[in-house]
Design a protein around this ligand. Structure first.
Ligand SMILES: C[S@@+](CC[C@H](N)C(=O)[O-])C[C@H]1O[C@@H](n2cnc3c(N)ncnc32)[C@H](O)[C@@H]1O
Length: 231
């Protein structure tokens, strides 16, 4: 829904489509999976531990109106902002610790794009449920679980609740107990579940990042074109 370090928007089409009427994202961030295609029409439950990120979701789902969004000012290159919603549009892991940020041309452009998306997609998220807390506080129900934690290793550092604070063995134990369908995203240092390669993508400065997936479903006729990868 907004620019965010680690968001899945660019690779989201590579993940399986949801087979359940409920989608739960226990590490919500900007929730690219729930917004993808027609997924947003389902019952969507987001859990996020970073209170500032949760505040954005609560504002968007409970308060914001299209008029209000259209009135939000553009950002002027060279000026400074101390708004967290602006700061995360720098899309760098360091941004989570900045109190203020100098507006660059990239940040100003990202913000302009996000404002347009907020206005056009606001109606899609008004029924979404937001839980401020730890992933383990997710409701224990049958659902499509899109689990996208801070990745193990350096790329998961930087978030206010970073990879350094996560116990990955505990997360793996909790994950395999989820009912329904599990789509678990990780990167090159992932070793705590039977991950398979999914896709490689070129990031900023041409750096290749390897996406891996752990996928498990209780549905018999699984609806995913890439299933042969997993047989
Ligand atoms: C990789 S990002 C998720 C990106 C998201 N899929 C997207 O498309 O934008 C991981 C998120 O998990 C959050 N997080 C970290 N530890 C958490 C925890 N213990 N419980 C819930 N959320 C947590 C971080 O604040 C961050 O927003």
């Amino acid at each position: 829904m907004f620019y965010y370090y680690g968001r899945k928007k660019q690779v989201i089409r590579h993940y399986p489509a949801p087979n359940y009427d409920v989608i739960i994202e226990p590490f919500a961030g900007s929730a690219a999976y729930s917004l993808h295609g027609t997924n947003w029409k389902k019952r969507i439950i987001l859990i996020e531990k970073d209170e500032k990120v949760c505040e954005i979701w609560k504002w968007l789902t409970e308060e914001a109106t299209v008029d209000e969004i259209r009135r939000l000012p553009d950002l002027k290159v060279g000026e400074r902002s101390s708004e967290f919603l602006h700061i995360i549009h720098a899309v760098t892991k360091m941004a989570f610790h900045f109190k203020t940020i100098k507006i660059t041309p990239v940040l100003a452009r990202n913000w302009e794009i996000s404002k347009r998306i907020f206005a056009s997609d606001l109606h899609k998220i008004k029924h979404w449920e937001i839980i401020s807390g730890d992933y383990s506080e997710s409701p224990d129900m049958e659902a499509t679980w899109f689990i996208d934690p801070p990745y193990k290793g350096p790329s998961g550092m930087g978030y206010r609740h970073s990879s350094a604070k996560l116990n990955y063995d505990k997360l793996a134990e909790w994950t395999i107990k989820r009912k329904g369908e599990i789509i678990f995203c990780e990167g090159e240092y992932a070793d705590y579940l039977p991950f398979r390669p999914l896709v490689e993508q070129k990031g900023v400065a041409g750096k290749i990042s390897k996406e891996v997936i752990f996928y498990k479903t209780s549905v018999k006729n699984r609806n995913w074109k890439q299933l042969e990868l997993f047989s």
